[in-house]
Design a binder for this molecule. Structure first.
Ligand code: ADP
Length: 392
């Protein structure tokens, strides 16, 4: 079977999936994940129908970093039979100011993507490592980069900037926005399942371990909560979300923290984890009766509601609100609480539908429709990859 490999390489996990190429488009065959890199490495893989292919733990010392994880993934992939690799699609966090759509990767493109490393120092090097490896071992297999930033690039310029001297915008200090692959997938699904909603004013809340919201008008991004980096906007598992830049100045000047210390604080020790002092995982916080966990949840919900209000203003009103990603898809209590914060906009939750995990969780007469939609970034990458290689 002709196949595509989709790679999503993060700092502590490596997700890779295989899609068959069918006439109607990519069809998922295998979902694999190597998680716990540097902590508790574990490789799992299942077929599309859920049959387990592997569940193996590794010594922490053997899988300390992404190159080690890539080598394990590569060895395991080479044991698979029956797939003829036609192309590899990659999630690349940053497409900088230039890339407004997925692109076929060659050496100059790779150089350009490497130059964005300064804009996303924690993500971009991980995203580029598997591209370099595949170029070395499978030089004839085309590779395609899909960007988290592309979907937001068509925004009006005055929404895309900070109020800094213009030269900073020109050198790339912009409100890029992220999670664009997820938003693009949801916008497409909305067209299929609720076309009248898709044409309207919609907020999509991607609430996973990273979290952001996007305001969609007629299926296009007009505003979003993340900006120059994936630190801005909503509180997340370990990131604080919106922060007065004066706090960073204070940490540097008054507390004498180094830039590295501040980076570690903002990327790894803040958000739900920092506030609760317990866990970055919403499930742990919901299960715990500890007041610190409740406090962290209260903050999360408050900031989600505030940001939804801001995006509703950008849209001039609201027709629908979509919950997606880990928390959005699976946590009825958090959906209920955020929906309460949307009541003033005309959202009326149907608690039974919400608890049952229905795809529409608002009451029949609700002025704002509340949807729950699973996202599928890997399928979106596979579709783009196929389209790019067919066009090249
Ligand atoms: P990532 O952002 O890493 O791709 P996900 O979108 O899958 O991951 O989101 C992962 C997060 O979703 C977890 O950290 C956890 O906080 C949250 N989550 C997953 N399932 C539930 C659940 N049933 N209830 C509450 N939160 C959940």
């Amino acid at each position: 079977m002709e196949a595509l490999l989709v790679v999503n390489a993060g700092s502590s996990s490596l997700k890779f999936q295989i899609f068959g190429i069918a006439a109607a488009g990519p069809e998922r065959q295998i979902r694999a994940r190597l998680e716990g890199v540097g902590t508790r490495p574990r490789l799992t893989a299942t077929t599309a129908d859920g049959t387990q292919l592997i569940d193996r733990r590794f010594d922490t010392a053997a899988v300390q970093d992404l190159p080690a994880a890539l080598s394990i993934a590569r060895d395991w992939l080479s044991t698979l039979r029956g797939f003829e690799l036609r192309a590899i699609g990659h999630r690349v966090v940053h497409g900088g100011p230039d890339y407004v759509r997925p692109v076929l990767i060659d050496a100059p493109v790779l150089d350009r993507l490497a130059s964005y490393q300064d804009l996303a120092p924690l993500h971009q090097p991980n995203n580029l490592a598997p591209i370099r490896l595949a170029m070395a071992i499978e030089p004839d297999v085309p590779q395609v980069a899909c960007f988290d930033t592309s979907f937001h690039r068509g925004r009006v310029e005055h929404t895309d900037c900070y109020a800094l001297p213009r030269a900073f915008y020109d050198e790339g200090v912009r409100r890029y926005g992220f999670h664009g692959i997820s938003y693009e997938y949801i916008a497409g699904r909305l067209c299929e399942v609720a076309p009248e909603v898709a044409r309207g004013r919609v907020i999509v809340a991607h609430l996973g371990s990273g979290a952001s919201m996007c305001a969609l008008k007629d299926g296009r991004s007009v505003e979003t909560t993340m900006g120059f980096t994936a630190l801005d906007g909503l509180p997340m598992g370990t990131r604080p979300g919106q922060l007065d830049p004066g706090v960073v100045l204070y940490l540097l000047t008054q507390r004498g923290m180094s830039a590295q210390d501040v980076s570690d604080l903002l990327y790894h020790r803040s958000g739900l984890k920092g506030l609760s002092g317990m866990s970055n995982d919403m499930r742990d916080l919901l299960e715990s009766g500890d007041p610190r966990a409740t406090f962290a949840i209260d903050h999360f919900v408050h900031r989600c509601a505030l940001n939804a209000g801001m995006l509703a203003a950008a849209l001039g009103g609201l027709d629908a609100f979509v919950f997606t990603a880990g928390i959005g898809e699976r946590s009825a209590p958090i959906r209920a609480r955020i929906s309460e914060g949307l009541a003033w906009l005309g959202a009326e939750l149907d608690p039974a539908a919400n608890d049952a995990g229905a795809s529409i969780i608002s009451k029949g007469g609700s002025r704002v429709a509340l949807h729950v939609m699973p996202t599928d970034e890997e399928l979106m990458i596979a579709r783009h990859t196929l389209a790019v290689i067919r066009a090249s």
